[in-house]
Design a protein around this ligand. Structure first.
Ligand code: GRF
Length: 206
C-alpha cells in the first residue's frame, strides 16, 4: 500500500528531505500529501516547496484565546491532515507537544523520531543530555506518539558511539546521519503493514 503521509515540522527539515529522497529512490512506498509547520520561517517549508510538495503554515497565535489553545490548534492541524486524506502523521523536528486531540484523530498512526536511545534522555537537547551524563553510547529512536513526551512504543533504534572529545555538534551530526536512514525504514515497515503493537512492544513482522 502506498502510505499517504502528512509531515509536521518546525525547522530545518532534514528528516523530511531524507523521507522524500527515500520515496524518490523507491526505498519507501509512500507519498507526502501535505507538510504543516507551526513556524513560518521553517527552512523545511522552502525545501518542500522547491520539490513541489504542498505546504501549510498554521500559525498557533490565533488559537491563544481559545479555552484550550493547544487542543484547539491540534484539532485544526488534524482537520488539514484529514482534508489531505493522510493515513500516517510524521513528526520530523516538530517542536510542539502533541495533545490527545490529535492522537485521537490518528490512533497509532503518529510517529516521531528522537535523537537518543529512549527511554534515556527524552525531551529537549537529548544529545547535550547524553554528553552531560557521560554516556558512552547514544543514538536515535523512532516511536509511536502517545500522550507522554517521547514515551510511546519504540519501533526501531540505532546506536551511535560517543567519542572522547565529542561536542553537541559532532555527536548531533553523527546521530542525524543515522536518523536519515532509520526514519524512512520505519515508515517502510508501516507502509508494508508489518508493525504489530502489543502493549509497549512493537513487532516488525517478517
Ligand atoms: C532531529 O534531531 C530529530 O531527531 C529531532 O529534531 C531534529 C530535527 O531535525 N526530533 P530536522 O528538522 O529533521 O533536520
Amino acid at each position: 500500500m502506498t502510505l499517504a503521509l502528512g509531515v509536521l515540522i518546525s525547522g530545518r527539515g532534514s528528516n523530511l528531505m531524507a523521507i522524500l529522497d527515500a520515496i524518490h529512490e523507491g526505498r519507501l512506498d509512500a507519498t507526502v500529501k501535505i507538510i504543516i509547520s507551526n513556524k513560518e520561517s521553517a527552512r523545511g517549508l522552502e525545501l518542500a516547496k522547491d520539490r513541489g510538495i504542498q505546504t501549510y503554515f498554521l500559525d498557533p497565535k490565533p488559537f491563544a484565546h481559545e479555552r484550550n489553545p493547544r487542543e484547539a490548534y491540534d484539532l485544526a492541524v488534524g482537520k488539514v491532515l484529514q482534508q489531505h486524506e493522510v493515513d500516517c502523521v510524521v513528526l520530523a523536528g516538530y517542536m510542539r507537544i502533541v495533545t490527545p486531540a490529535l492522537i485521537r484523530m490518528f490512533p497509532s498512526k503518529i510517529l516521531n523520531i528522537h535523537p537518543s536511545l529512549l527511554p534515556a534522555f527524552p525531551g529537549l537537547d537529548a544529545q547535550r543530555q547524553a554528553l552531560a551524563w557521560g554516556a558512552k553510547v547514544s543514538g536515535c529512536s523512532v516511536h509511536f506518539v502517545t500522550e507522554g513526551v517521547d514515551e510511546g512504543p519504540i519501533i526501531c533504534q540505532k546506536a551511535v558511539a560517543i567519542n572522547e572529545g565529542d561536542t553537541v555538534e559532532t555527536l548531533s551530526a553523527r546521530i542525524l546521519e543515522q536518523e536519515h536512514q532509520l526514519y524512512p525504514q520505519a515508515l517502510q515497515f508501516m507502509a508494508q503493514g508489518r508493525l504489530q503493537v502489543e502493549g509497549r512492544t512493537v513487532r516488525v513482522l517478517a
